[in-house]
Structure formats: C-alpha cells, structure tokens
Design a binder for this molecule. Structure first.
Ligand SMILES: N[C@@H](CCC(=O)N[C@@H](CS)C(=O)NCC(=O)O)C(=O)O
Length: 207
C-alpha cells in the first residue's frame, strides 16, 4: 500500500494528501517532521536523504519532492484526468507547478513563517512586508490567467491546481493586505467545493 510520510499541517505534505484524496487512493500516513521528528532516523534518510517531508513509499519505490510526488501519482492513477496526455498540455501543468515552487512559495514562505511560526517580538517585519508585496504580484499574474479559465490548465481540474491551491489557502488566511483578485477568489471558491481539498487542506488548522 502507498505510504505517505509527513505531518498533515505541512503545505508540501498536503499537496500529496490532496492528490491521494482526488484519486480516491488507499494510503497510510505516518506523522513525521516538526514535533513528530523521525526525519533524522537512518530509516527515513534512506527514503528521503534531505530529511524533509513529504516522502512516499510504494511497493519498494520511494520518492521525495512534493511536486514530483504529485506528478507521479497523477500520471500513475490519473492519466488523462489529473495529468494531461498531450505533451503540450502536460508542459503547461509542469510550468505552473514549477512556478509555484520556485516563485510563489519562495515569496509567500517568509510571510507564512513570519506570521504563523515566529513570535511577534522576533519577526522581521521588513522581510514580511517585502515578501507579501512580491507574493501579491504573483497572485495578480495568476488572476489575469484565471479570469479566462476555471482552473489553472483550462476548464477542468488537474494536478497543476494542487500546489497553487495549497499556497492560495495560506495566502487567503494570513492576516495581510491582499489586492483584489476576483479570478483567483472564484477559483479558490471552486477548490473549497471539492471534498478532497477540504479533507486534506482546508479542514486542517494552519499552524
Ligand atoms: N521542496 C521540498 C520542500 C520540503 C519541505 O520544505 N518540507 C518542510 C515542511 S513543508 C519540512 O520538511 N520541514 C521540516 C519539518 O517539518 O520537520 C518539497 O516540495 O517536498
């Protein structure tokens, strides 16, 4: 059976759990990372040498890096549905997933860590403010894109919605100023209607 390693409040673990829920996969989750530890053990380092979460094991196969895991599951269990057959459509999905990892989360992460995980007296307010400004630009860009389509890759939900969806959930729930982005808001509303999103993401407190 598929085993997912990682605490369920981690943004990167939630990508994998949401994907599993979308695909109605049977899986077991092992709490690891944060207060649960386990990531420094030789057993875990053999699965994920970075010592981060998530990682998966399936029939002797192991994989780490959240977006790679989402792609693997989507290709293996959701080809033609969560993962497009067409190489250009797949490249489009890849591009948005990479953009989330390299740009959106790079900007949003300091805001999230600063406001959620750092005591007020220890916050780097200037970093939080500048990162929130950069993140707002990212969501404006996605807003332009989403005003013309229902989901990131067009009119149906794909794996490309997953990394951006977990990021949007943080962004909408952080105590920061946000520009008006009706395209992103409507898309986020559509995600909230999905049982899989609620189970893996929005029902879990942001901590
Ligand atoms: N690029 C990696 C990043 C993984 C990552 O940074 N994971 C965080 C949680 S979101 C982590 O393991 N933090 C340490 C911990 O939880 O112990 C991925 O996408 O899987």
């Amino acid at each position: 059976m598929l085993r997912v390693w990682g605490r369920n409040n981690s943004i990167n673990v939630q990508k994998v759990l949401w994907c599993c829920e979308e695909l109605s996969l049977e899986y077991e989750r092992v709490d690891a990372g944060g207060p649960f530890g386990r990531t420094d053990t030789p057993e875990y380092r053999r699965i994920n040498p970075t010592g981060l979460v998530p990682a998966i094991e399936e029939d002797g196969f192991t994989l780490w890096e959240s977006n790679a895991i989402v792609r693997y599951l989507a290709r293996r269990y959701g080809s033609g549905i969560l993962w497009p057959w067409d190489p250009q459509e797949a490249a489009d999905a890849d591009r948005w997933m990479d953009w989330q990892q390299t740009t959106v989360w790079a900007h949003l992460r300091p805001v999230f860590l600063g406001l959620v995980r750092t005591p007020e007296a220890e916050r780097d307010e200037a970093l939080i403010e500048e990162s929130a400004r950069q993140a707002a630009e990212d969501w404006r860009l996605l807003d332009e894109h989403l005003r013309e389509r229902e989901y990131v890759c067009g009119d149906s939900f794909t794996a490309a919605d997953i990394p951006l969806g977990v990021s949007a959930h943080r962004w909408f729930n952080l105590p920061i100023e946000r520009p008006e982005v009706p395209g992103v808001e409507e898309w986020y509303g559509r995600l909230l209607e999905r049982r899989a999103f609620r189970r893996a993401v929005s029902d879990v407190p942001i901590t």
